[in-house]
Design a protein around this ligand. Structure first.
Ligand code: 5GP
Length: 189
């Protein structure tokens, strides 16, 4: 997506070989027009998949996921991150390792918002090691939902997330694929 790539080059800050900051349009301040354009890209790619629910992971996936849910005219479900396990009959939960924080968290969803047979499009802001997507997919499996596709705004293709998701046979579409990061260096695949 050329507009997104331009935005990343103009406003993204590569902190080091691993982390890209996009606080001015995605993670802190949000460019709402860009989010609507992003939603159209995801809609065009996944529109034949009979998606009935968009799911994201709090908090930075919410803006693009909200726009995409609006575009598909389906509900948005936000998976929650908890510090520790809060085992409950009402919740699905699974442990996920955070790439950016280098620590674990519990990903949870209320059972009432994921229903058997749901055909889900998972939207997230970044794909790095794929742990967030894999954690979400474990929850969908437990809930007997189908993960019909994964839409990623920014994929860091030099990290193993895409491989892991493709190996599971899941359709993944990333709007910008970064092949190299370094201090003040951003290169696309
Ligand atoms: P993964 O589970 O794929 O390793 O990491 C995905 C999550 O980590 C994303 O939801 C995102 O919040 C965060 N993340 C990973 N890499 C980056 C990055 O370079 N910049 C920012 N801002 N967040 C990242």
């Amino acid at each position: 997506m050329e507009l997104l790539k331009k935005k990343i080059l103009d406003e993204g800050i590569a902190l080091d070989k691993n982390i890209l900051k996009v606080d001015s349009f995605l993670n802190h301040q949000v460019d709402v027009n860009l989010m609507m354009d992003i939603s159209t890209e995801f809609y065009n790619y996944f529109k034949l998949k009979k998606i009935n629910k968009i799911v994201t992971i709090e908090s930075s996936g919410i803006a693009p996921a909200f726009a995409t849910a609006y575009r598909f005219n389906v509900p948005l479900v936000i998976l929650k991150k908890q510090q520790s396990s809060i085992l409950s009959d009402e919740l699905y939960e699974t442990k996920v390792h955070s790439f950016t924080k280098n620590s674990d968290y519990m990903l949870t969803a209320s059972k009432k918002f994921l229903n058997q047979g749901d055909n889900i499009l998972l939207i997230d802001d970044f794909l790095a090691n794929g742990e967030a997507v894999l954690g979400a997919s474990r929850i969908f499996k437990e809930a007997n939902c189908n993960l019909a596709g994964v839409g990623i705004v920014i994929e860091k293709s030099f990290q193993p997330g895409r491989d892991k998701i493709e190996k599971m046979g899941i359709d993944i579409y990333s709007l910008a694929r970064i092949s190299k990061l370094d201090k003040n260096v951003i290169e696309f695949k």
